[in-house]
Design a protein around this ligand. Structure first.
Ligand SMILES: Cc1ncc(COP(=O)(O)O)c(C=O)c1O
Length: 409
């Protein structure tokens, strides 16, 4: 496309956008299972109004826009408190899980460089860790070492112990991981890190705004936050189960001195004056900060606990329904609302195709082959239809290939 010679009327543009949008996933009808976390009209209205108020401001300079700085501080404090941080803790908002992870990895690298003189650093991450860690390793010129998983799809602690060497600066665990929704043995992994003076990062991008409320509901929650000794940083995404718009995550530090010493970028060797930034980006949108602040305040502890109750019950019904279909199996023991299911008899990708035909959008996985579910409050209304369609897709599809063939890759 070239820049039009003459401007096009807004109404025409909106019509075009609406037409193009027809091809996009219809997440409002709860037929998709990731990327968007629909939590209902009230939450939608809050994030829309709050972000609209801050569409043009720039969060780069906290002195020019003190209200943005105040909101960012508030979001960080609320998150730290959910993660049971002590008063020495600190944190910053970022554009999302990937940026929070990148900054957590950078902090560990620079800390090890300063304290132990490690030049070419490596990080130790479970095989199931999000690709953001591999991206961070690439960007920060570090080596990524993968911890194999045990049979329940959690990081194998014994293997992790063997993989540590003098270049290791960081160990990682997920609460929970994306592919299976299971939590790594974070107390054991963090203890390994603490024993050797290494940093430990809990990736709670998914769990940070859901597991605390599962705990309020009395659900069994694996230890993952700052109550676990040895955890030094945590990533927790407001734009996932915090239900805000994209562009909002928190990187939390057990000790704010690592935030100041190893995350903060300060520069004055140019004519433009002193330049400081905690994030990777320079100019930063204020709208996601405003929306995150507003949705956290608007829902409050009570609202999040209620939504967590809906997600938990919906997940229970879906999991039981899937497990009641004899050909299907949920892989591992998911701790909250994310799971993968497959089959030892059927071609699960063909079942996925059958679900596509019935208007559902399920992500495919390999190793083991699976369909992926990420449950939001909006899915409460579609459980029965989903399970009926799944039963039909299983009946109509799935040639019998056998376990051996499935695992052979
Ligand atoms: C466990 C986990 N960590 C990190 C990320 C990356 O987050 P983002 O896509 O916001 O960068 C995701 C995204 O789904 C995730 O599930």
């Amino acid at each position: 496309m070239e820049l039009p010679q003459q401007g096009v009327a807004l109404e025409t543009l909106l019509d075009r956008m609406r037409e193009r949008k027809q091809a996009d996933a219809d997440w409002r009808s709860a037929r998709t299972f990731s990327l968007v976390y629909p939590a209902g009209e009230q939450v939608d209205a809050v994030v829309q109004a709050a972000s609209h108020l801050y569409l043009h401001e720039n969060a780069l300079n906290p002195f020019r826009f003190p209200s943005i700085r105040q909101m960012e501080d508030d979001v960080v404090s609320m998150t730290l408190s959910l993660l049971h941080a002590s008063p020495e803790a600190g944190g910053a908002m970022t554009s999302g899980g990937t940026e929070s992870i990148l900054l957590g990895v950078k902090t560990a690298r620079d800390r090890a460089r300063a304290e132990r003189g490690v030049e070419r650093a490596s990080l130790l991450v479970p095989h199931s860790a999000h690709p953001a860690f591999a991206k961070a390793a690439q960007v920060l010129d570090m080596d990524l070492v993968q911890i194999p998983l045990d049979t329940d799809h959690r990081a194998d602690v014994k293997a992790a112990r063997r993989l540590i060497d003098e270049r290791t600066v960081l160990i990682v665990g997920s609460a929970p991981n994306y592919p299976f929704g299971v939590a790594d043995p974070i107390p054991d992994l963090a203890a390994l890190a603490a024993e050797r003076g290494l940093s430990f990062h809990t990736d709670a991008c998914l769990g940070g705004f859901l597991l605390p409320f599962y705990e309020r509901l009395g659900a069994p929650v694996p230890p993952f936050d700052f109550r676990v000794e040895g955890v030094t940083t945590i990533s927790s995404d407001v734009h996932k189960y915090g239900y805000s718009i994209k562009g909002a995550s928190v990187i939390a530090h057990r000790d704010s001195s690592t935030l100041r010493n190893h995350q903060l970028f300060l520069y004055e060797d140019w004519p433009g004056g002193i330049y400081g930034s905690f994030a990777m980006a320079g100019a930063r949108p204020a709208a996601p900060i405003a929306a995150a602040w507003a949705v956290l305040q608007c829902l409050g502890d009570e609202g999040y606990t209620k939504l967590a109750g809906v997600v938990r019950e919906t997940t229970r019904r879906l999991r039981e329904g899937i497990e009641a279909i004899p050909e299907l199996r949920v892989w591992g023991d998911p701790v909250m609302s994310v799971m993968a299911f497959g089959s030892e008899q059927l071609d699960i990708a063909a079942v996925g195709d059958g679900m596509d035909e019935r208007g559902w959008h399920l992500d495919r996985q390999t190793g083991p082959d699976a369909l992926h579910l990420m449950i939001s409050p909006a899915h409460a209304d579609v459980v029965d239809t989903f399970l009926t369609d799944l039963r039909e897709a299983v009946d109509g599809r799935g040639d019998s290939r056998g376990t051996e063939a499935r695992y052979s890759s």
